[in-house]
Design a protein around this ligand. Structure first.
Ligand SMILES: Cc1cc2nc3c(=O)[nH]c(=O)nc-3n(C[C@H](O)[C@H](O)[C@H](O)COP(=O)(O)O)c2cc1C
Length: 428
C-alpha cells in the first residue's frame, strides 16, 4: 500500500467515534468562549460592496450569503447558504478576479459578515494560476476555499479535521449552485501546491486552503507566483493550536487523487425555483416519520450522482437505509440493489449516536470510499452532501448532514471495509 494511502486512512481512523469514546469525551464546550466565525481584513484595504442588481456581484455573494438569523440562549446565530457542522463555519472564500468588467484584477477575500469583497492583492504578471493550474491564465474567477480550523477544533477537537473538509466540500457545492444559477462554467481542482499557497497567502498555521474552483476562460500563458507576501490576518479573535489537525492536514495535502476525464453535469432544474431553494435551504431538526415518494427519491439519487466537473476525483459509494419510501421494501440498499431487508430505523438512530433524525427520516444515506486522497474524498463527500440538501429541498423533502456516527459499527452494519466518510438523512 502506498505511504500516502496509509496516512489518509490512519488520520480517519484516529478520529473514529465509538460508544465508549463518546461517553468518555462528550464534547461539551462553554458557548461563550466560541471563537469568531467571520474573518475581516483591516479597514485600510479597499472594499467593493456587493450589489445584488449586478450579476457578477450576485454570483459571488450567493456562494456564501447569510440567509437566516436565529436566536438561541441569548445569542444570535447567522446561518448561511452552506451548512456547517455545529454551525461553526470554519470555511472562508477568496476569489481571484481577472479581466472582469468593473473589477481591478486582484485577489479578494469574501467578507461574509458585511457582504463585500476586500481587495487583498493586486495582480500584475502574477496570480493564483501558478499554484493551481500552471502555464494557464484564467480570465474570470478562481475561487479558493480555506479553513480557519480553530473555529471547528474549539468544539470538535481532533475530529474537526473531518468537519473542516466536509464543510469545505459543502462550500464548494454552494459555489457550484451559484455558478449554475448564474450560468457560469466551473472546474474543481483538488490536486495542487496547497502548502506553498498557504505560505504565500500569509496563513501561518491558522488557516489552510482545501480546494479551488475555476470559472472562466483559460489562455495558454504562464503567470508568475505572487510577487509579494500577503500579511497574516487571524480569522478568529483568539487561537489554540491543535497539532493533530495541523499534522493531518500537512500529511494529506500531498496525496494525489484518482484522475478522470473532465465531465460536466446536466441539470434540468427550474432556475427560479432552484434559486428560492438555495436561499431557503435549512437543516431539518425533527422529522414527522412520513413517507416520501419513490419517484422523487430516485430522481434525487440520480441527480446527486451526476458527474462532478473535476479531473481529480475520489469515488463515493452511497448505501441507503430505506425506512419510509412508498412502494419500497424497508432495508439496506446499495443503489437499487437490496442487500438486507428489515426495519433498521432504530439501528440507524443508534449508529448516528442516538440522533432521532437518522431514525425518523425516510432514508439515511451512508457515504463510503476507498480513496487515495483523503482531502479530496472528504470534500467530494461534502459536495455531494450539498447536492443532497439542495435537490431534496427542491422536491419539498427535508434533509440534514450527520457527521457524528459510530464508525466501526456503521462499517460493520453496511458490510464494507471502506471508510464511512459522512451520513445524511432525508425525509418529511
Ligand atoms: C459536515 C456536517 C455535519 C453535520 N452533522 C450534524 C449532526 O451530526 N447532527 C445534526 O443534528 N446536524 C448536523 N449538521 C447540520 C448542522 O448543524 C447545520 O448545518 C448548522 O446548524 C447550520 O444550519 P443550517 O444547515 O440550517 O444552515 C451537520 C452539518 C454538516 C455540514
Amino acid at each position: 500500500m502506498p505511504q500516502s494511502k496509509l496516512s489518509g486512512q490512519a488520520y480517519h481512523q484516529a478520529t473514529k467515534h465509538s460508544y465508549l469514546s463518546v461517553q468518555m469525551n462528550p464534547n461539551y464546550v462553554d458557548g461563550s468562549t466560541q471563537p469568531r466565525a467571520f474573518k475581516v481584513y483591516p479597514k485600510f484595504y479597499r472594499r467593493v460592496k456587493l450589489n445584488c442588481n449586478n450579476p457578477t456581484h450576485a454570483f459571488i455573494r450567493l456562494t456564501s450569503a447569510i440567509t437566516f438569523e436565529k436566536f438561541y440562549k441569548g445569542e444570535t446565530y447567522q446561518l448561511r447558504v452552506n451548512p456547517s457542522a455545529g454551525a461553526l463555519y470554519p470555511t472562508e472564500v477568496y476569489v481571484q478576479i481577472r479581466g472582469v468588467e468593473g473589477f481591478l484584477d486582484g485577489i479578494y477575500h469574501l467578507e461574509v459578515e458585511n457582504d463585500c469583497l476586500t481587495l487583498i492583492y493586486e495582480l500584475i504578471d502574477d496570480g493564483l494560476e501558478n499554484y493551481v493550474i500552471p502555464n494557464k491564465r484564467i480570465n474570470g474567477f478562481i475561487f479558493l476555499v480555506s479553513c480557519v480550523y480553530y473555529r471547528s477544533s474549539w468544539k470538535y477537537q481532533d475530529r474537526s479535521i473531518r468537519y473542516c473538509l466536509l464543510d469545505s466540500g459543502h462550500h464548494l457545492g454552494a459555489i457550484a449552485a451559484s455558478a449554475y444559477l448564474h450560468e457560469k462554467n466551473i472546474q474543481l481542482i483538488f490536486d495542487f501546491d496547497k502548502l506553498s499557497l498557504n505560505a504565500d497567502l500569509g496563513f501561518e498555521n491558522k488557516e489552510f486552503i482545501s480546494s479551488c474552483m475555476i470559472s472562466g476562460e483559460a489562455q495558454e500563458k504562464p503567470v508568475r507566483r505572487l510577487r509579494l507576501p500577503i500579511p497574516f490576518v487571524c480569522g478568529t479573535d483568539y487561537f489554540q493550536a491543535n497539532q493533530f489537525l495541523e499534522d493531518a492536514y500537512q500529511a494529506t495535502s500531498l496525496q494525489p487523487s484518482h484522475q478522470q476525464q473532465l465531465e460536466h453535469p446536466q441539470f434540468n432544474f427550474d432556475r427560479e425555483r432552484f434559486s428560492e431553494n438555495v436561499w431557503n435551504r435549512r437543516s431539518i431538526r425533527r422529522f414527522l416519520k412520513k413517507s416520501i415518494s419513490q419517484e422523487i427519491y430516485w430522481q434525487i439519487l440520480q441527480d446527486v450522482q451526476q458527474p462532478i466537473p473535476t479531473k481529480n476525483i475520489e469515488e463515493i459509494e452511497i448505501y441507503s437505509v430505506v425506512h419510509r419510501v412508498e412502494g419500497m421494501l424497508p432495508g439496506l440498499y446499495n443503489g437499487r440493489k437490496l442487500i438486507k431487508a428489515g426495519d433498521f430505523t432504530e439501528k440507524s438512530g443508534y449508529l448516528c449516536i442516538n440522533q432521532a433524525l437518522a431514525r425518523d427520516g425516510a432514508v439515511t444515506l451512508f457515504f463510503v470510499s476507498d480513496y487515495l486522497s483523503y482531502q479530496t474524498a472528504m470534500q467530494i463527500a461534502g459536495l455531494i452532501g450539498q447536492r443532497v440538501y439542495l435537490f431534496s429541498h427542491y422536491w419539498g423533502i427535508d434533509c440534514s448532514g450527520i457527521g457524528a456516527f459510530y464508525d466501526d459499527e456503521a462499517q460493520e452494519f453496511l458490510g464494507t471495509n471502506k471508510d464511512v466518510l459522512y451520513v445524511m438523512t432525508i425525509g418529511k
